[in-house]
Design a protein around this ligand. Structure first.
Ligand SMILES: [Zn+2]
Length: 217
């Protein structure tokens, strides 16, 4: 089966409120079609859709779409503070995962602290546990691509995935400076919004090589 992403995550300099405030005026820079036969063809504008995002409040925001003139597919252009099919700001999701795995808190406590439903927090955690090994491996590959010094993970499972994320992010920051977004947005960007996707969607699909660097403007 050919895997073709439905969303493209772009590096968004705005916070959630600023993004929401722009409504349909939101501007997305040029994006290339990830289709295997499309040779990075630039996507043309293709309207968009409203979706909900839970940040400081629950708000509706406009997601632009881009369409490829070659394969004729359209792609949702997700700002990097979102993950595909997740309502919450990736920063909140990341905090929940860190509090649960590294912090050792129960997900009920985590959910109370962050003001999200317990079932939601539990679902994030479960998905993260299932994805942890694949995420850790992909993130280590990115880190080593940035700086060939080996990444030594001191643990396994979820905490290893977090360690690997920290290593990849640090190395990206060292190399590209402030152009690299904050860590959890980086996570979304690198995974194409699939960091907590289903097991059939490989994390960091096309980001193992140098091609992901085009994501950092
Ligand atoms: Zn295409």
């Amino acid at each position: 089966m050919q895997i073709h992403p439905v969303s493209i995550v772009w590096h968004c300099p705005l916070d959630v409120s600023a993004y929401v405030a722009l409504g349909q005026q939101i501007e997305v820079g040029e994006q290339a079609c990830p289709g295997p036969d499309c040779e990075q063809r630039r996507l043309g504008g293709w309207s968009g859709y409203w979706r909900w995002a839970r940040g400081p409040g629950t708000e509706r925001l406009w997601i632009r779409r881009g369409r490829c003139s070659r394969c004729l597919r359209s792609h949702a252009l997700l700002p990097d503070f979102l993950l595909e099919r997740r309502l919450d700001d990736v920063e909140v999701i990341g905090q929940a995962l860190a509090l649960g795995s590294v912090g050792g808190l129960g997900m009920r406590t985590v959910a109370d602290r962050l003001g999200v439903p317990m079932t939601t927090a539990r679902d994030w955690r479960r998905r993260f546990q299932l994805r942890a090994a694949a995420l850790a491996a992909a993130l280590v590959a990115v880190a080593v691509h940035l700086d060939s010094v080996a990444v030594v993970l001191t643990t396994d499972g979820e905490t290893a995935a977090l360690e690997a994320l920290g290593a990849a992010w640090q190395r990206a920051r060292t190399r590209f400076g402030d152009r690299v977004p904050a860590m959890w947005r980086f996570w979304s960007l690198m995974s194409g919004g699939q960091a907590l996707g289903t097991n059939r969607s490989p994390p960091f699909r096309q980001r193992g090589g140098a091609d992901w660097m085009v994501l950092i403007p």
